[in-house]
Design a protein around this ligand. Structure first.
Ligand code: ARG
Length: 575
C-alpha cells in the first residue's frame, strides 16, 4: 500500500459496482484528486451526474451511505457539496510511517534495471567552464544519483567539445605562445578569446590554423601531441570544478567529440545507404519533413560540409550508434540547454528515420532554461562576458562562511569551513534544482543563502536541528527505529502526511526527470517539521509520546538527508 488512493480503490470498487457504476466512470476521479500529501483525497462527484442521473450532492451522500463503516481503520469519509472527502486515519498513517521507519530505503521501491546514459556537463576544451555548464552539471548529476537509487545502471557521459575546426587556431596559438611540451602553463581564462582575436585579425595566422586542422584530422603525431596538451590542461580545470561541486563525474566518464571522430565516415556511409543523403552546394545534407527555416524553405541537417569537415550533428549521430552498439543502452538523457532543442530534435529524427534507433530506444532531451541576473538579463560578469563557474563556487563558499561564522561562533575553524562548503555549494545547487528546470531562474545570493524559504540552508538547518536533539540527550538513533509511532496531535498528522509522500514525489521526479518535484517535497517536510516542533515537545515529553516523537524526528532527518543526497547536496550534522 503506497497511499490513500490505493487503499480506497478496492473499497470504493465494490460500492460503485453495487450502485451500478462502471469502473471507468469513477476510477479517474480518484486518481486526479489526491493532494500533494497523498493522505487526503477529495473526490468530486460532478461528472458522475451524467452516469447516475442524480445531483452530485445526492451521489456523494449515496456513496457515503453504501460505504458505511467499510473504510474504518483506513480513513474518515464525509460528503460535502458533491465531494467525497477521505482523510487518512491516524493509525493507518502511523502504520505507513512505521514501515518507513524500519526501512533503509524509506519505502522507495526499485524499478527493473535499465542501462541509462546521461549526457551531462559537457564543457568545451581550452575554455573555462561557465555558468551555462552549471545547470547541466547540477541537474545531470542529480538525475545520475536519483536514477541509480531507483535501481538503474547509469552511464554518465561527459561529451566534452574537444574536436573540430577551432582546434586549428587553438593549436597554432599554443605554438605561438611557446608553451613547452608537457607544461600545464596555459591560462584558460584568455586562451580561447586570444586565439579567436588573432584568427579574425591576422590572415597569416588564419591560414596556418586552417592547415593545422587538416593535419589534426590526418592524426599527425606532433599535432595530436599539442592537441592533447590542451585537453589535459582543460581536464585539470574541469576536475577542479567537479571536485569543488562534489559531482560524481570522473575522467572515466569523458566521452568527448574526438572519441567519435573515426566513426564519422561510417555515419555518412550508413545515411548514403538509406538514400537519405542529398547534395546541397557541395555539402552532404539530410532534409527532414516538417523542418523549415525562417524563410519557409526546407531546413537541412548538414552531415558533411563541402570542405569534407563534419558537424556537431554528425558526431551526435555517431554517438547514438556507439551508445546502442557498444554501451548497450536504449535510454539516453541529454541534459543540455533549451537553445539546443532544434539540434536534438533533428538528430533524433534522422537517427530514427535511418533506423539507427528503433522504437525501443528512448532518447530524451532533458532541456533547461537560462540562469538570469537580477537585472532580468542572462547572468553575465561585470565586463559582460560569461561568468566563470569556479568564481561563482568560490564566492558561494566565502559568503556561506561569513554566515556560518555569525550564526554559530562556537564552531572550530575547520568545522566552520566544512559547513560553509556544504552550505555554499548546496545553496547554488538547490537554487537550480528547486525550480522547474524548463523555466529560467534568477541567480540571487541573498535568496539562495537564506535560512528562510525554499533553500538549501533551510533544509540543511532542519536536518542539523534534529541531529542536535539526538546529540543533546546522547540518544542512539538505531534504538529509535523500534519505537511505536502514534499520531495524536494535528501537527504530528501533518508531518506524517508530508513524510509519507516522499516515495511518490521521488518517483515522479525520476519519471519526469524533474528534480524540483523531489525538492518541493523536501521543503514541505521541513516546513511540517518546523510547525510540529514548535508546539510538540520532544525531549520534554514522556513515555510512548517521547518515543514516538523521537521516531518522527529520526524519520524526518533521514528523509531530508536522503533527499538532499539524491540531489547531490550534503547535510551537515551541526551548523
Ligand atoms: N559541448 C556542448 C556545449 O557546451 C554540449 C554538448 C552536449 N552533448 C551532446 N551530446 N551534444 O554546448
Amino acid at each position: 500500500m503506497r497511499n490513500l488512493v490505493e487503499a480506497i480503490r478496492p473499497l470504493l470498487g465494490s460500492v460503485m459496482s453495487q450502485l451500478g457504476v462502471a469502473e471507468l466512470d469513477w476510477n479517474d476521479l480518484l486518481a486526479g484528486s489526491t493532494d500533494s500529501a497523498f493522505a487526503d483525497v477529495a473526490m468530486p462527484c460532478h461528472s458522475l451526474s451524467r452516469v447516475m442521473r442524480k445531483s452530485p450532492n445526492v451521489i456523494a451522500d449515496e456513496i457515503l451511505e453504501t460505504l458505511g463503516s467499510s473504510t474504518d481503520g483506513v480513513c474518515e469519509v464525509s460528503s460535502v457539496n458533491g465531494f467525497l472527502n477521505f482523510s487518512a486515519d491516524s493509525r493507518w498513517l502511523a502504520g505507513l510511517l512505521q514501515d518507513a521507519l524500519s526501512d533503509d530505503r524509506l519505502r522507495v521501491s526499485t524499478e527493473e534495471s535499465r542501462v541509462i546514459v546521461i549526457d551531462y556537463s559537457s564543457p568545451n576544451v581550452a575554455k573555462h567552464m561557465h555558468v551555462g555548464h552549471l545547470r547541466s552539471t547540477v541537474i545531470g548529476d542529480a538525475l545520475n544519483r536519483m536514477l541509480t537509487h531507483k535501481g538503474h545502471r547509469v552511464v554518465p557521459e561527459n561529451h566534452i567539445g574537444d574536436w573540430g575546426t577551432p582546434f586549428g587556431m587553438l593549436i597554432e596559438h599554443l605554438i605561438d605562445m611557446g608553451v613547452e611540451k608537457g607544461s600545464q602553463d596555459i591560462d584558460l581564462s584568455t586562451f580561447y578569446s586570444d586565439a579567436r582575436a588573432k584568427f579574425d585579425s591576422d590572415s597569416e595566422f588564419a591560414s596556418r590554423s586552417r592547415a593545422r586542422v587538416v593535419r589534426m584530422q590526418a592524426s599527425e603525431p606532433e599535432t595530436i601531441e599539442l592537441w592533447q596538451m590542451l585537453v589535459d590542461r582543460s581536464l585539470i580545470h574541469f576536475n577542479e570544478v567537479y571536485q569543488r561541486m562534489g559531482v560524481l563525474l570522473t575522467d572515466d566518464d569523458i566521452a568527448g567529440e574526438s572519441k567519435y571522430e573515426s566513426a564519422l565516415p561510417g555515419v555518412v556511409d550508413k545515411l548514403t545507404e538509406t538514400g537519405m543523403l542529398e547534395e546541397s552546394d557541395g555539402a552532404k545534407v539530410v532534409y527532414l519533413e516538417g523542418w523549415k527555416n525562417r524563410d519557409g524553405d526546407p531546413l537541412p541537417l548538414i552531415i558533411q560540409k563541402a570542405d569534407g569537415g563534419y558537424n556537431y550533428a554528425t558526431t551526435d549521430l555517431a554517438c547514438i550508434l556507439d551508445r546502442i552498439e557498444n554501451v548497450g543502452s536504449r535510454d539516453f538523457l541529454y541534459v543540455v540547454g533549451a537553445e539546443q532543442a532544434q539540434h536534438f530534435s533533428m538528430v533524433f529524427d534522422v537517427a530514427r528515420n535511418a533506423d539507427f534507433m528503433d522504437e525501443e530506444v528512448n532518447s530524451i532531451h532533458v532541456s533547461f532554461g537560462l540562469v538570469m541576473g537580477t537585472d532580468g538579463k542572462k547572468l553575465a560578469s561585470r565586463t559582460g562576458g560569461a561568468v566563470h563557474l569556479n568564481d561563482l563556487l568560490l564566492e558561494a563558499v566565502e559568503r556561506a562562511d561569513a554566515i556560518v561564522a555569525q550564526k554559530n561562533p562556537s564552531l572550530s575553524d575547520e568545522e566552520r569551513s566544512e559547513v560553509a562548503n556544504m552550505l555554499g555549494i548546496g545553496a547554488i545547487k538547490y537554487a537550480d534544482l528547486s525550480t522547474d528546470r524548463t523555466n529560467n531562474y534568477t541567480f540571487e545570493w541573498e535568496k539562495m543563502l537564506s535560512f528562510d524559504g525554499n533553500t538549501a540552508p533551510y533544509l540543511q538547518y532542519a536536518h542539523a536541528r534534529i541531529c542536535s536533539i539526538f546529540s543533546k540527550d546522547g540518544i542512539d538513533r538505531n534504538s529509535i527505529r523500534e519505537a511505536n509511532i502514534y499520531l495524536n496531535h494535528e501537527r504530528e498528522m501533518a508531518l506524517g502526511r508530508a513524510l509519507i509522500a516522499f516515495p511518490e514525489a521521488f518517483d515522479s521526479a525520476c519519471s519526469s526527470h524533474s528534480p524540483h518535484k523531489l525538492a518541493t517535497q523536501l521543503h514541505t517536510i521541513a516546513q511540517a517539521f518546523a510547525s510540529f516542533y514548535e508546539v510538540c515537545p520532544v525531549l520534554g515529553s514522556e513515555g510512548e509520546t517521547r518515543g514516538s516523537r523521537l521516531a518522527l524526528c529520526d524519520l524526518t532527518a533521514r528523509t531530508l538527508q536522503t533527499g538532499l543526497d539524491l540531489l547531490g547536496i550534503a547535510s551537515p550534522q551541526r551548523m
